[in-house]
Design a protein around this ligand. Structure first.
Ligand code: F6R
Ligand code: MG
Ligand code: MG
Length: 380
């Protein structure tokens, strides 16, 4: 009697530009999901964050289920038809494959899923982002599950004092490692502080290995080989009774952190927590947004949502994010507003630089430092 929560998302067109997925797209998706309620899925909620459409579904089919993934793909395809009729910007942009084959992973959409036995009362928080990438969750998940200054339960709740285990993915080399907190905290930070290479995929409670959190870690640009929009992530977090309280799950976002994304997926900027009505990134196509929708599961039914970041207690975080946005925007195309070259590799910038390639010449009388080091065997 396990329940699966699947959150599958895709950008299938914006009104206008990359700012917002209009209501018409959500309705098209809802039509497809509604037709299979009680048949394939138990319940669903469709929303959008910026230009991304998020399908939140519950069912009993387990994670990575072909029928569920096909359902999501069909919903996105139906919505793409509408997007094309309306000539929305980037219609069907994230449906990279010509047709569905087995699993949405690798085809374009992003996906976060977890399966568990529903507790007598099961509060979950679904996070949806726009204009940033999966590693944006590294910092807040660390705070939620490993920082006692954020999560009092790590100190006060005996179910949590044993700590949490983090499954970290090397998103470039497709490798994973599990690190246990609190004792491996420093090693964990050594990895996840590098948001270019590592992303937290899952978090488990060590006491009983219960799944606590999952993030979509698909990197669109690695799938498509070039820049096709950011990998705007989603995440699911279980809360209360031995997991962080809802307020502890939300607390990391009260003090905004810098994430990669924003304009052209090429800039650092603050992650601004917003309610559903304010998930409309416009300034410089941003700044990056995150929504938090709280649900109670009732035998798989999604009771809610409670639009958690709409609360007044996040007003200051929003103001702060806007101040951070002003400060870093002044740098324009200069680092550290602009991302480092490694992170720009899959943007359109290499094409721009390619044009200059033949114009470079050697600097006379300047020793070739790198060549010298190689001769000495200092570097490879
Ligand atoms: C960022 C994003 C936008 C676009 C920008 C340029 O994730 O989607 O900031 O990169 O609007 O878009 P194009 O190249 O489609 O004109
Ligand atoms: Mg878009
Ligand atoms: Mg987007």
């Amino acid at each position: 009697n396990k329940i699966t929560v699947s959150v599958i998302k895709a950008d299938i067109g914006g009104l206008c530009g990359h700012t917002l997925a209009p209501e018409d797209l959500l309705e098209a998706c809802e039509g497809v999901l509604e037709a299979v309620v009680d048949e394939l899925i138990i319940d669903y909620y469709v929303t959008r964050c910026g230009d991304d459409v998020d399908l939140i579904m519950t069912h009993r089919m387990g994670v990575d289920n072909e029928e569920i993934h096909k359902l999501a793909w069909n919903a996105f395809e139906e919505a793409t038809k509408v997007a094309k009729e309306l000539k929305l910007y980037g219609a069907g942009q994230d449906l990279l494959a010509e047709s569905f084959s087995g699993n949405v992973r690798g085809l374009g959409p992003g996906c976060a899923e977890m399966e568990f036995v529903e507790r007598p009362s099961e509060p979950i928080v679904v996070f949806c982002c726009d204009k940033t990438d999966p590693a944006a969750f590294n910092f807040p998940l660390y705070k939620m599950f490993a920082d006692p200054f954020n999560t009092a339960g790590l100190v006060f709740d005996p179910s949590m004092t044993g700590g949490f285990a983090f499954e970290v993915h090397d998103i470039m080399d497709s490798k994973k490692v599990i690190l246990n907190t609190p004792e491996e905290t420093y090693s964990l930070l050594a990895l996840i502080g590098d948001v270019e290479k590592y992303a937290i995929k899952r978090v488990y409670r060590r006491k009983d290995n219960e799944i606590a959190a999952v993030v979509s870690t698909e990197k669109l640009n690695y799938i498509a080989g070039e820049y096709v929009g950011k990998d705007d992530p989603v995440a699911i977090v279980r809360a209360q009774s031995g997991f962080p309280a809802v307020g502890e799950v939300l607390e990391p976002f009260a003090d905004p952190h810098f994430v990669a994304g924003w304009m052209r997926g090429s800039h650092w900027g603050p992650l601004m927590p917003v309610g559903e009505d304010d998930a409309t990134p416009s300034r410089f196509d941003g700044p990056a947004r995150i929504m938090a929708l709280g649900f109670q599961l009732a035998d798989g039914m999604l009771v809610g949502p409670n639009d958690l970041f709409a609360d007044k207690s996040f007003d200051k975080a929003r103001e702060k994010a806007l101040v951070m946005a002003d400060i870093i925007r002044r740098m324009g195309p200069f680092q550290p507003h602009r991302l480092p070259s490694g992170m720009m590799e899959y943007t359109t910038v290499p094409k721009v630089l390619e044009k200059l390639k033949d114009r470079f010449e050697d600097i006379e009388d300047e020793p070739k430092k790198l060549e010298k080091c190689r001769e000495r065997g200092d570097v490879e």
